[in-house]
Design a protein around this ligand. Structure first.
Ligand SMILES: Nc1nc2c(c(=O)[nH]1)N[C@H]1C(S)=C(S)[C@@H](COP(=O)(O)O)O[C@H]1N2
Ligand SMILES: [Mo]
Length: 330
Protein backbone atom coordinates (compact mmCIF):
# COMPACT_ATOMS: atom_id res chain seq x y z
CA UNK A 1 0.00 0.00 0.00
CA UNK A 2 1.14 3.45 -0.78
CA UNK A 3 1.85 5.45 2.34
CA UNK A 4 0.70 9.02 1.85
CA UNK A 5 3.35 11.50 2.79
CA UNK A 6 2.65 15.19 3.41
CA UNK A 7 2.84 17.35 0.31
CA UNK A 8 4.28 20.88 -0.05
CA UNK A 9 2.36 23.39 1.97
CA UNK A 10 0.32 26.29 0.79
CA UNK A 11 0.46 29.33 3.05
CA UNK A 12 -2.85 28.69 4.72
CA UNK A 13 -1.80 25.14 5.52
CA UNK A 14 1.13 26.12 7.67
CA UNK A 15 -0.91 26.81 10.79
CA UNK A 16 -2.97 23.69 10.22
CA UNK A 17 0.19 21.67 9.96
CA UNK A 18 1.27 22.87 13.39
CA UNK A 19 -2.04 21.79 14.89
CA UNK A 20 -1.90 18.52 13.05
CA UNK A 21 1.55 17.65 14.28
CA UNK A 22 1.36 16.13 17.74
CA UNK A 23 2.11 18.49 20.62
CA UNK A 24 5.42 16.76 21.32
CA UNK A 25 6.37 17.01 17.68
CA UNK A 26 5.48 20.68 17.74
CA UNK A 27 7.61 21.27 20.83
CA UNK A 28 10.52 19.50 19.23
CA UNK A 29 9.95 21.49 16.06
CA UNK A 30 10.03 24.76 17.95
CA UNK A 31 13.10 23.73 19.86
CA UNK A 32 15.02 23.42 16.59
CA UNK A 33 14.29 27.01 15.77
CA UNK A 34 15.76 28.37 18.96
CA UNK A 35 19.16 28.66 20.50
CA UNK A 36 19.87 25.91 23.03
CA UNK A 37 19.24 28.23 25.95
CA UNK A 38 15.59 28.96 25.08
CA UNK A 39 12.94 26.71 26.55
CA UNK A 40 10.22 25.13 24.45
CA UNK A 41 7.67 26.88 26.67
CA UNK A 42 8.97 30.29 25.69
CA UNK A 43 8.79 29.23 22.05
CA UNK A 44 5.12 28.50 22.49
CA UNK A 45 4.54 31.80 24.27
CA UNK A 46 6.21 33.90 21.60
CA UNK A 47 4.19 33.80 18.42
CA UNK A 48 6.18 36.40 16.47
CA UNK A 49 9.83 35.89 15.57
CA UNK A 50 11.63 35.42 18.89
CA UNK A 51 14.79 37.31 19.84
CA UNK A 52 16.70 34.07 19.57
CA UNK A 53 15.40 33.56 16.05
CA UNK A 54 16.42 37.08 15.01
CA UNK A 55 19.87 36.49 16.45
CA UNK A 56 20.12 33.24 14.51
CA UNK A 57 19.13 35.07 11.35
CA UNK A 58 21.81 37.72 11.82
CA UNK A 59 24.48 35.11 12.31
CA UNK A 60 23.58 33.75 8.88
CA UNK A 61 25.04 36.81 7.23
CA UNK A 62 28.39 35.80 8.68
CA UNK A 63 28.13 32.73 6.46
CA UNK A 64 28.03 34.68 3.19
CA UNK A 65 30.76 36.67 1.45
CA UNK A 66 30.69 39.03 -1.51
CA UNK A 67 31.29 37.55 -4.96
CA UNK A 68 33.40 39.66 -7.32
CA UNK A 69 34.11 39.43 -11.05
CA UNK A 70 30.54 38.51 -11.91
CA UNK A 71 29.45 39.01 -15.53
CA UNK A 72 26.20 40.97 -15.72
CA UNK A 73 23.22 39.10 -17.12
CA UNK A 74 22.55 39.58 -20.84
CA UNK A 75 18.94 40.65 -21.58
CA UNK A 76 17.64 37.15 -22.35
CA UNK A 77 18.72 36.01 -18.89
CA UNK A 78 17.24 38.99 -17.06
CA UNK A 79 13.57 39.63 -16.38
CA UNK A 80 12.37 43.20 -16.03
CA UNK A 81 10.11 42.67 -12.98
CA UNK A 82 11.42 44.29 -9.79
CA UNK A 83 13.78 42.04 -7.85
CA UNK A 84 12.35 40.54 -4.65
CA UNK A 85 13.54 42.09 -1.40
CA UNK A 86 16.62 40.21 -0.20
CA UNK A 87 15.17 39.80 3.28
CA UNK A 88 12.10 38.07 1.83
CA UNK A 89 14.17 35.79 -0.38
CA UNK A 90 16.33 34.71 2.56
CA UNK A 91 13.66 34.37 5.24
CA UNK A 92 10.70 32.82 3.38
CA UNK A 93 12.05 29.52 2.14
CA UNK A 94 11.24 25.93 1.33
CA UNK A 95 14.08 23.71 2.53
CA UNK A 96 12.48 20.81 4.36
CA UNK A 97 15.83 19.53 5.65
CA UNK A 98 15.86 22.70 7.81
CA UNK A 99 12.19 22.55 8.86
CA UNK A 100 8.70 22.70 7.36
CA UNK A 101 7.75 26.28 8.25
CA UNK A 102 8.71 29.05 5.84
CA UNK A 103 10.89 30.76 8.45
CA UNK A 104 12.50 27.57 9.78
CA UNK A 105 15.29 27.33 7.17
CA UNK A 106 16.68 30.78 8.05
CA UNK A 107 16.38 30.07 11.75
CA UNK A 108 18.06 26.67 11.44
CA UNK A 109 20.66 27.83 8.91
CA UNK A 110 23.61 27.01 11.14
CA UNK A 111 22.66 23.33 11.08
CA UNK A 112 23.85 23.08 7.49
CA UNK A 113 27.61 22.41 7.44
CA UNK A 114 29.08 23.54 4.13
CA UNK A 115 32.83 23.31 4.69
CA UNK A 116 34.50 21.26 3.35
CA UNK A 117 32.18 20.52 0.41
CA UNK A 118 32.69 18.19 -2.51
CA UNK A 119 30.49 16.86 -5.28
CA UNK A 120 30.47 13.35 -6.77
CA UNK A 121 29.92 13.34 -10.53
CA UNK A 122 29.42 9.80 -11.80
CA UNK A 123 27.40 7.43 -13.95
CA UNK A 124 27.54 7.86 -17.73
CA UNK A 125 30.60 10.14 -17.89
CA UNK A 126 34.10 9.63 -19.22
CA UNK A 127 35.68 11.26 -16.17
CA UNK A 128 33.79 10.29 -12.99
CA UNK A 129 34.98 11.29 -9.55
CA UNK A 130 34.60 13.28 -6.36
CA UNK A 131 35.66 16.86 -6.84
CA UNK A 132 36.17 19.55 -4.18
CA UNK A 133 33.78 22.47 -4.71
CA UNK A 134 36.63 24.93 -5.37
CA UNK A 135 37.93 22.73 -8.20
CA UNK A 136 34.45 22.26 -9.63
CA UNK A 137 34.00 26.03 -9.87
CA UNK A 138 37.54 27.19 -10.71
CA UNK A 139 37.46 27.07 -14.55
CA UNK A 140 34.14 28.89 -14.88
CA UNK A 141 33.45 32.62 -14.92
CA UNK A 142 30.53 33.61 -12.67
CA UNK A 143 27.42 35.05 -14.31
CA UNK A 144 24.42 36.87 -12.93
CA UNK A 145 20.93 35.70 -13.94
CA UNK A 146 17.77 37.49 -12.88
CA UNK A 147 15.08 34.81 -12.98
CA UNK A 148 11.52 34.34 -11.83
CA UNK A 149 11.07 31.55 -9.29
CA UNK A 150 7.56 30.04 -9.25
CA UNK A 151 6.80 27.67 -6.39
CA UNK A 152 4.22 24.93 -6.97
CA UNK A 153 2.41 26.45 -3.95
CA UNK A 154 1.43 29.47 -6.15
CA UNK A 155 3.81 32.14 -4.87
CA UNK A 156 6.75 33.61 -6.76
CA UNK A 157 9.85 35.77 -6.43
CA UNK A 158 12.41 37.39 -8.75
CA UNK A 159 15.94 36.50 -7.72
CA UNK A 160 19.33 37.75 -8.92
CA UNK A 161 21.30 34.50 -8.93
CA UNK A 162 25.02 34.12 -9.49
CA UNK A 163 26.32 30.90 -10.98
CA UNK A 164 27.58 28.96 -13.94
CA UNK A 165 25.67 27.26 -16.75
CA UNK A 166 25.05 23.63 -15.81
CA UNK A 167 25.95 22.64 -19.39
CA UNK A 168 29.50 23.97 -19.01
CA UNK A 169 30.07 21.96 -15.84
CA UNK A 170 28.60 18.73 -17.23
CA UNK A 171 30.66 18.99 -20.43
CA UNK A 172 33.91 18.81 -18.43
CA UNK A 173 32.99 15.33 -17.19
CA UNK A 174 32.45 14.11 -20.77
CA UNK A 175 28.94 12.63 -20.80
CA UNK A 176 28.71 9.39 -22.81
CA UNK A 177 26.10 8.75 -25.52
CA UNK A 178 24.06 6.88 -22.88
CA UNK A 179 23.69 9.99 -20.70
CA UNK A 180 19.98 10.69 -21.24
CA UNK A 181 19.15 12.11 -17.79
CA UNK A 182 20.86 13.89 -14.92
CA UNK A 183 20.07 13.01 -11.30
CA UNK A 184 20.92 15.31 -8.39
CA UNK A 185 21.11 14.66 -4.64
CA UNK A 186 21.16 16.95 -1.63
CA UNK A 187 23.45 16.40 1.35
CA UNK A 188 22.30 13.63 3.71
CA UNK A 189 23.22 14.57 7.30
CA UNK A 190 20.65 13.18 9.73
CA UNK A 191 22.71 14.22 12.72
CA UNK A 192 22.64 17.93 11.88
CA UNK A 193 19.71 18.52 9.55
CA UNK A 194 16.60 18.44 11.75
CA UNK A 195 14.15 17.77 8.91
CA UNK A 196 15.92 14.57 7.92
CA UNK A 197 14.95 12.96 11.22
CA UNK A 198 11.33 12.89 10.06
CA UNK A 199 10.02 10.99 7.08
CA UNK A 200 8.18 13.81 5.30
CA UNK A 201 10.25 12.78 2.27
CA UNK A 202 12.53 9.86 1.51
CA UNK A 203 15.93 11.49 2.16
CA UNK A 204 18.20 12.59 0.63
CA UNK A 205 16.16 15.02 -1.48
CA UNK A 206 16.54 13.96 -5.12
CA UNK A 207 15.74 15.74 -8.35
CA UNK A 208 16.41 15.20 -12.02
CA UNK A 209 16.35 16.62 -15.54
CA UNK A 210 16.41 15.22 -19.02
CA UNK A 211 19.84 15.82 -20.56
CA UNK A 212 18.57 18.41 -23.08
CA UNK A 213 16.91 20.32 -20.23
CA UNK A 214 20.14 20.16 -18.23
CA UNK A 215 22.12 21.43 -21.23
CA UNK A 216 19.71 24.33 -21.88
CA UNK A 217 21.44 27.71 -21.41
CA UNK A 218 18.84 28.77 -18.79
CA UNK A 219 19.79 25.89 -16.44
CA UNK A 220 22.11 27.32 -13.83
CA UNK A 221 24.24 25.90 -11.06
CA UNK A 222 23.99 28.75 -8.57
CA UNK A 223 26.63 29.58 -5.97
CA UNK A 224 25.29 32.98 -4.99
CA UNK A 225 22.48 35.53 -4.98
CA UNK A 226 22.24 39.30 -4.41
CA UNK A 227 25.99 39.70 -5.04
CA UNK A 228 27.00 37.25 -2.31
CA UNK A 229 27.48 33.53 -1.83
CA UNK A 230 24.28 31.57 -1.11
CA UNK A 231 23.02 31.64 2.46
CA UNK A 232 22.41 28.14 3.86
CA UNK A 233 18.63 28.51 3.70
CA UNK A 234 18.84 29.11 -0.06
CA UNK A 235 20.88 25.98 -0.70
CA UNK A 236 24.54 26.79 0.02
CA UNK A 237 27.03 26.15 -1.33
CA UNK A 238 25.66 24.86 -4.65
CA UNK A 239 22.11 24.54 -5.96
CA UNK A 240 20.27 24.08 -9.19
CA UNK A 241 18.06 26.80 -10.73
CA UNK A 242 15.67 25.78 -13.53
CA UNK A 243 13.44 28.84 -13.94
CA UNK A 244 10.76 27.39 -16.25
CA UNK A 245 9.93 24.60 -13.78
CA UNK A 246 8.23 24.66 -10.40
CA UNK A 247 10.64 25.57 -7.61
CA UNK A 248 10.90 22.06 -6.19
CA UNK A 249 13.02 21.05 -9.22
CA UNK A 250 15.66 23.60 -8.13
CA UNK A 251 17.39 21.27 -5.68
CA UNK A 252 19.56 22.78 -2.94
CA UNK A 253 22.92 21.90 -1.38
CA UNK A 254 23.95 19.40 -4.07
CA UNK A 255 26.50 16.68 -3.27
CA UNK A 256 25.98 14.33 -6.18
CA UNK A 257 25.34 14.66 -9.91
CA UNK A 258 24.79 11.37 -11.70
CA UNK A 259 24.31 11.01 -15.46
CA UNK A 260 22.23 8.01 -16.43
CA UNK A 261 20.30 6.30 -19.18
CA UNK A 262 16.96 6.03 -17.36
CA UNK A 263 14.65 8.66 -15.85
CA UNK A 264 15.67 9.13 -12.22
CA UNK A 265 13.20 8.82 -9.36
CA UNK A 266 12.70 12.18 -7.68
CA UNK A 267 11.60 12.85 -4.10
CA UNK A 268 8.35 14.73 -4.72
CA UNK A 269 7.31 12.55 -7.63
CA UNK A 270 7.89 9.50 -5.48
CA UNK A 271 5.90 10.89 -2.53
CA UNK A 272 2.86 12.04 -4.56
CA UNK A 273 3.07 11.10 -8.25
CA UNK A 274 -0.40 12.48 -9.04
CA UNK A 275 0.59 15.91 -7.67
CA UNK A 276 4.24 16.35 -8.70
CA UNK A 277 5.36 15.13 -12.09
CA UNK A 278 8.92 14.54 -13.26
CA UNK A 279 8.73 17.45 -15.72
CA UNK A 280 6.97 19.99 -13.47
CA UNK A 281 7.02 22.70 -16.13
CA UNK A 282 5.16 25.78 -14.90
CA UNK A 283 1.75 25.55 -16.55
CA UNK A 284 -1.19 27.81 -15.64
CA UNK A 285 -3.56 25.44 -17.47
CA UNK A 286 -2.80 22.32 -15.48
CA UNK A 287 -4.12 22.62 -11.93
CA UNK A 288 -2.54 20.95 -8.97
CA UNK A 289 -5.15 18.43 -7.72
CA UNK A 290 -5.73 20.66 -4.67
CA UNK A 291 -5.44 24.19 -6.12
CA UNK A 292 -5.33 26.18 -9.36
CA UNK A 293 -2.02 27.17 -10.93
CA UNK A 294 -3.56 29.99 -12.99
CA UNK A 295 -2.33 32.79 -10.71
CA UNK A 296 0.46 33.44 -8.28
CA UNK A 297 1.26 35.76 -5.40
CA UNK A 298 4.48 37.69 -5.92
CA UNK A 299 6.15 37.83 -2.52
CA UNK A 300 6.31 41.47 -1.41
CA UNK A 301 3.17 42.55 -3.25
CA UNK A 302 -0.49 41.92 -2.45
CA UNK A 303 -2.08 41.43 -5.81
CA UNK A 304 -2.21 38.14 -7.65
CA UNK A 305 -0.77 38.00 -11.13
CA UNK A 306 -1.40 35.48 -13.89
CA UNK A 307 1.08 32.65 -14.07
CA UNK A 308 2.87 32.50 -17.43
CA UNK A 309 3.36 29.31 -19.47
CA UNK A 310 6.82 27.94 -18.69
CA UNK A 311 7.02 30.77 -16.13
CA UNK A 312 7.58 33.29 -18.92
CA UNK A 313 10.37 31.31 -20.63
CA UNK A 314 8.12 29.72 -23.26
CA UNK A 315 9.95 31.20 -26.22
CA UNK A 316 13.25 29.78 -24.97
CA UNK A 317 12.17 26.30 -23.87
CA UNK A 318 8.90 25.23 -25.52
CA UNK A 319 10.78 23.48 -28.34
CA UNK A 320 12.20 21.01 -25.79
CA UNK A 321 8.70 19.56 -25.47
CA UNK A 322 7.35 19.39 -29.03
CA UNK A 323 5.30 16.25 -29.49
CA UNK A 324 4.75 15.76 -25.76
CA UNK A 325 1.33 15.92 -24.10
CA UNK A 326 2.09 18.32 -21.24
CA UNK A 327 -1.14 17.42 -19.43
CA UNK A 328 -0.15 13.79 -19.25
CA UNK A 329 3.58 14.32 -18.87
CA UNK A 330 3.31 17.06 -16.29
N1 LIG B 1 17.10 19.95 -0.89
C1 LIG B 1 16.00 20.69 -1.08
N2 LIG B 1 15.90 21.48 -2.16
C2 LIG B 1 14.79 22.24 -2.35
C3 LIG B 1 13.70 22.17 -1.44
C4 LIG B 1 13.84 21.33 -0.30
O1 LIG B 1 12.95 21.21 0.56
N3 LIG B 1 15.00 20.62 -0.15
N4 LIG B 1 12.56 22.91 -1.68
C5 LIG B 1 12.30 23.30 -3.09
C6 LIG B 1 11.19 24.24 -3.26
S1 LIG B 1 9.63 23.59 -3.06
C7 LIG B 1 11.38 25.53 -3.65
S2 LIG B 1 10.06 26.54 -4.01
C8 LIG B 1 12.74 26.12 -3.74
C9 LIG B 1 12.81 27.36 -2.86
O2 LIG B 1 14.04 28.03 -3.03
P1 LIG B 1 14.36 29.32 -2.17
O3 LIG B 1 14.08 28.99 -0.73
O4 LIG B 1 15.78 29.65 -2.43
O5 LIG B 1 13.41 30.40 -2.65
O6 LIG B 1 13.76 25.20 -3.34
C10 LIG B 1 13.55 23.87 -3.76
N5 LIG B 1 14.73 23.06 -3.45
MO1 LIG C 1 8.27 25.06 -4.07
Amino acid sequence: MLIRRPTPLVDRDVTDRRLYLGRREFLRNSAWTLAGTATAASALAACGPSEEASAARESVSARVRPLTDVRPAPPRFRVDDPVTDRTDATSYNNFYELGLGKEDPAENADRLKTEPWSVVVDGEVGRPGRIPLEDLLKPHPLEERIYRLRCVEAWSMVIPWIGIPLADVLARFEPTSKAKYVAFETLLDRENLPGQRRNVLDWPYREGLRIDEAMHPLSLLAVGMYGETLPPQNGAPLRLVVPWKYGFKSIKSIVRIRLQETEPMTSWNESAPNEYGFYANVNPKVSHPRWSQAKERRIGSWSKRPTLPFNGYEEQVASLYTGMNLRKQF
